[in-house]
Design a protein around this ligand. Structure first.
Ligand SMILES: Nc1nc2c(c(=O)[nH]1)N[C@H]1C(S)=C(S)[C@@H](COP(=O)(O)O)O[C@H]1N2
Ligand SMILES: [Mo]
Length: 331
């Protein structure tokens, strides 16, 4: 049987201090400095291609030239964007530690070469290199709200592409009802994997209807730049109507399935973190209220909205399920 709840997820997020946000920044500032030197060299006559190559080299990411992507104006925010420094220094990425200050240790993640496997109920299984994938599907920017189950939130500009474009590329069979996503599992660089009570590798899942909903997004960038490692480079999920733990990071595999997959947090604690995990202020977490949230960088709280405010896009997905599943849709 699974172990009894320990530390990490036992603590409500409010136990973490805001100082923690500022202490982890040194390495990041260093890499930002390098980036601006390369860009300045590019503007003094080196030409656009070599300036892009320089910027890519400085950031260590060969896809840097794809950013910033054009914003899709369909998605609007009702609040200011979160300052970048908060979104890139206050993270959940348990492979690098079960606390929020993993932005430095996550720099050990190697994001090239990076292969994505597509398998299961598909016409033809394939493995695709991230840079080939990025050439096949055009990138766009979307500003989305983000709500962690721990009752903190942010609003950020993701770059990437709709998950349904990847589903189209995968050509699932009609028998495929779910898609399961899996994070890189690399003991050499991910100290968190030494915690054997977690069901590694991190995995998440969506129904095919959810995965092909317009709102489901594969994010490859953040704030007009390639995805920072701590935020799940080189590709992660963004499903803004669901709690943040659904937004799996650093994905290496998409598997199409007939049956509902087991997901990481549901295996850890099914009463608290289920498969559906749709945001609902009226359905409390067993240990805290979900009625309001703390916006990163702000001290006060704001009310949480049903489906995190995205009901117009996704509520239809759940009209039939609501009668059958009730509160289970919302945790
Ligand atoms: N592989 C992996 N993905 C993950 C997590 C994780 O620990 N490992 N944490 C999840 C949780 S709980 C949240 S709130 C978000 C945090 O994303 P952010 O750090 O970009 O804000 O990532 C999600 N994706
Ligand atoms: Mo979370």
């Amino acid at each position: 049987m699974l172990i009894k709840v320990k530390q990490g997820w036992e603590l409500p997020e409010s136990a973490a201090t805001d100082e923690s946000i500022f202490n982890a920044r040194r390495g990041l500032l260093k890499s930002m400095g390098l980036g601006s030197i390369a860009l300045a060299a590019g503007t003094t006559g080196a030409g656009i291609d070599s300036s892009m190559a320089l910027a890519a080299k400085a950031s260590g990411d060969p896809s840097a030239y794809l950013y910033p992507a054009k914003r899709n104006e369909k998605y609007k925010l009702d609040r200011p964007l979160t300052e970048e420094k908060f979104a890139v220094t206050y993270n959940n990425f348990y492979e690098f530690g079960s606390h929020k200050r993993i932005s430095k240790s996550a720099q050990a993640l190697k994001i090239r070469p990076w292969q994505v496997k597509i398998d299961g109920e598909v016409k033809k299984e394939m493995t695709i290199d991230i840079d080939d994938l990025l050439k096949k599907i055009p990138l766009e920017e979307r500003v989305y709200r983000f709500r962690c189950v721990e009752a903190w939130s942010m609003a950020v500009p993701w770059s990437g592409f709709p998950l349904k474009a990847l589903v189209a590329l995968a050509k699932p069979n009609s028998s495929a009802k779910y898609v399961r996503m899996e994070t890189l599992f690399d003991r050499g660089i991910m100290p968190g994997l030494r915690q054997p009570w977690y069901p590694w590798p991190y995995a998440e899942g969506l129904t095919i209807e959810e995965a092909t909903n317009d709102l489901a997004f594969i994010a490859t960038g953040l704030y007009g730049k390639p995805m920072p490692k701590q935020n799940g480079a080189p590709l992660r999920l963004a499903t803004p109507w669901k709690y943040g733990f659904k937004s799996i990071k650093s994905i290496v595999r998409f598997t199409f399935l007939r049956e509902k997959p087991e997901t990481f947090w549901e295996l850890v604690q099914p009463r608290e973190y289920g498969f559906w995990a749709n945001v609902n202020p009226k359905v409390s977490h067993p240990r805290w209220s979900q009625a309001s949230e703390r916006v990163l960088g702000n001290s006060g709280r704001v009310p949480t909205l049903l489906y995190n405010g995205y009901g117009e896009f996704v509520a239809d997905l759940y009209t039939d399920l609501e009668a059958k599943l009730g509160d289970r849709l919302y945790r």
